[in-house]
Ligand binder design. Sequence first.
Ligand SMILES: *Cc1c(COP(=O)(O)O)cnc(C)c1O
Length: 376
Amino acid sequence: MALPNIPLVDLKAQYAAHKTEIDAAIARVIENTAFIGGAELQRFETAFAAFCEAPVAIGCGNGTDAIALALKGLGIGAGDEVVVPSMTFIATAEAVEMVGARPVFADCDPDTLLMGPAEVEAVLTPNTKALLPVHLFGQPCDMPGLMALAKAKGLKVIEDSAQAHGARVGGQRIGSFGDAATYSFYPGKNLGAYGDGGAITTTDPALADWLRKARNHGRAKKYEHDFSAVNSRLDGLQAAILGAKLPHLDDWSARRRERAGWYDAWIAAEVPDAQPIVQREDTTSVYHLYVIRVPNRDAVLAGLKARGVMAGVHYPIALHQQPAFADWNVTDEDMPHTAAACAQILSLPMYPELSKESARRVIVSLKEALEQSAAT
Ligand SMILES: *Cc1c(COP(=O)(O)O)cnc(C)c1O
């Protein structure tokens, strides 16, 4: 009999492990009919801020809105340029366009696939107003380097932390370097809601005040609106579910690192054709994804699938290659490291509950798929 498939992520395993707490949180919200705002939201915002080692966290509808709200709150709009990595999820650049600004794509470091100061510097213009570094796959960017550059050029910095809740540079949590940091609680993220959700952290009290109103129709108090804004709230059910999960997040991140350690060691010893993404020194990744580079990527992906290993690709199409951004006329020659990586990368199954037996099967399957792809 065939072994069961190993998924890329397994949300059912997490629910099964914490069903009692999560079910109780959901029941509490329904019994109190506190569906929007209220105590659950406040409790989660306070707890998430503490987790991020930030003074405040403001919940919102999703991670894309979180970026757009932060940009707008920092005064970024029409005529402004915001530097974003080409190697990221579309939301990073989409949020820039949502506020009427122009996303300017930067290439990535060939080893870490992160946007660093060198890649940013190459695309700065007199219209650059902000940087949007992404802590990709759970690995923190060079924040000290990016902040030094931003300071020298007078630029705002928003850390897109959608994939990296709780990661650290040195001892410091990501999110505390820039003017603001944005988070997504999309179900598959390291801290996932049971629907959409997002948050913004900031050390700027004026920005926090503006964000609290902006996510809720510019509302100052009942019936009174200081400005017209949007409806982008983190609802009570999501806040309660996230609040039930948050106490486990550091443990889940440690388990992700443990699994990454198994993969690292086995790949180094047994799979010379696969290269894990290089980790920067003095950083603590939370391994949202475990990404490797392989030759014959599509054949290896198919070989893994045939063996019941559901690997993924993040991302097969870089932002500068997306039809959505064709008008910006950025070519593969402009973004050589990003373009090369898109054709080679592959994400192995990664979730805190992944068993050692399953992880072992992933590596054995990877070895077989690579050998098979080389022979054909
Ligand atoms: C998921 C993600 C987002 C957007 O989050 P949503 O909650 O889906 O809107 C933004 N940036 C990155 C890097 C992401 O991975």
